[in-house]
Design a protein around this ligand. Structure first.
Ligand code: KG4
Ligand code: ZN
Length: 340
């Protein structure tokens, strides 16, 4: 068989992504984001996201083809996020992928969004390890996965957040500090000159007896809110840099502790961190230090592959094709609350 050229389509949140992958190699991708349209609301508004996807599908597909130097007719297979995600948003990508697969008469594969995140790093750093722990930290997810074989669906979902996702906590804290949206980059920028030990914010779910792989960030957000309220009530200045750095440190401490614990408990030698929050410098630095000390290999892809994108969906599709897996077919429906 000639090499497959797999088109991946992603639309589960606020990024419209198309990516082309062949034999584990990224040919190119196109991404559009409606993040700025959600800024005034401090979080993603599903209806706005869906409309933005509809506007973005054709130009973003064209951008991905141009970036890859691939003609539409060269595509051999189509892969698309079928869930989980915002229902109205997933539907737009699914409809686009069905239309492309039908028009080209090519097989269509439904891909679980988290499997896509777990696969993304292979496009930067080569084949996935035989087994490993994957930490997905974004605006929508905080998930710890024990991944053995993505193609065979041999993935153990170790834990999730019980309330806010890590990125969502960044977004909410940025909002209450008046820093804007999305929160991650602005909090990081504000935290550069801050003292991460200035405030001792809570590190949730780290006590003996707590679920070792579950996360909770809503208490942390509330603790920051209470701190700001008290300072304002007392007429004291709000030390934004110190609060941002202390908040960031609390999130990083929990993420690194739990990810390393999973590696240790499950006897895994590789930790992969993906999702928008993986862009965080403090997280990258602390995870690297902890992995070095524990003799664990850390894999973190480039930012474009950390955040939602079509290339990661194409990467899974490409693996399914090469493993000879049956396509899902055009009758596939969205599964907004799909679990692994
Ligand atoms: O993966 P992503 O682009 O979209 C999904 O939510 O699926 O992640 C977006 C999230 C936002 O909550 C944003 O605040 C966070 O990632 N983020 C960061 C950083 N850059 C983006 N969080 C912490 N530090 C950053 N540098
Ligand atoms: Zn995602």
């Amino acid at each position: 068989m000639t090499s497959p050229i797999v088109l991946g389509v992603e639309s589960s949140c606020d990024e419209t992504g198309f990516g082309l992958v062949s034999n584990g190699r990224l040919l190119g991708q196109g991404i559009a984001s409606s993040a700025q349209q959600h800024a005034e609301f401090g979080g993603v508004v599903p209806e706005i996201a869906a409309r933005a996807h509809l506007d973005a599908v054709v130009p973003t597909l064209e951008n991905s083809l141009a970036a890859s130097d691939v003609e539409l007719e060269d595509i051999t297979h189509v892969a698309v996020t079928s869930g989980p995600g915002l229902a109205t948003a997933v539907h737009v990508g699914l409809a686009a992928a069905k239309a492309i697969a039908w028009a080209l008469d090519k097989p269509l594969y439904g891909v679980h969004h988290l499997a896509g995140h777990a696969a993304a790093d292979l496009l930067d750093h080569g084949p996935l390890p035989d087994k490993g722990i994957v930490l997905i930290v974004s605006g929508g997810h905080t998930s710890l996965l024990e991944v053995h074989d993505l193609v065979e669906d041999d993935i153990v979902h170790l834990g999730d957040t019980l309330d806010d996702a890590a990125g969502e906590a960044f977004d909410k804290v940025a909002r209450l500090l008046g820093l804007g949206y999305p929160g991650g980059p602005v909090i990081s920028a504000a935290a550069v000159d801050g003292n991460p030990s200035a405030f001792r914010f809570p590190r949730a779910m780290l006590r003996p007896g707590d679920d070792p792989y579950a996360f909770s960030f809503s208490g942390l957000k509330t603790a920051v809110a209470r701190t700001v309220e008290k300072l304002e009530r007392d007429g004291d200045p709000v030390p934004v840099a110190d609060i941002a750095a202390s908040f960031e440190q609390a999130v990083v401490d929990v993420l690194v502790a739990k990810a390393l614990r999973a590696c240790r408990d499950k006897g895994m030698q590789t930790l992969t961190i993906v999702g928008g929050v993986a862009a965080n410098k403090r997280l990258r630095t602390h995870a690297q230090e902890a992995c070095d000390a524990a003799g664990i290999q850390l894999r973190v892809p480039s930012i474009d592959l950390c955040t939602d994108n079509g290339a990661m969906i194409a990467a899974v599709g490409d693996m399914l094709v090469r493993a000879g897996k049956e396509p899902s077919g055009l009758a596939i429906s969205a599964d907004p609350s799909a679990v692994l």
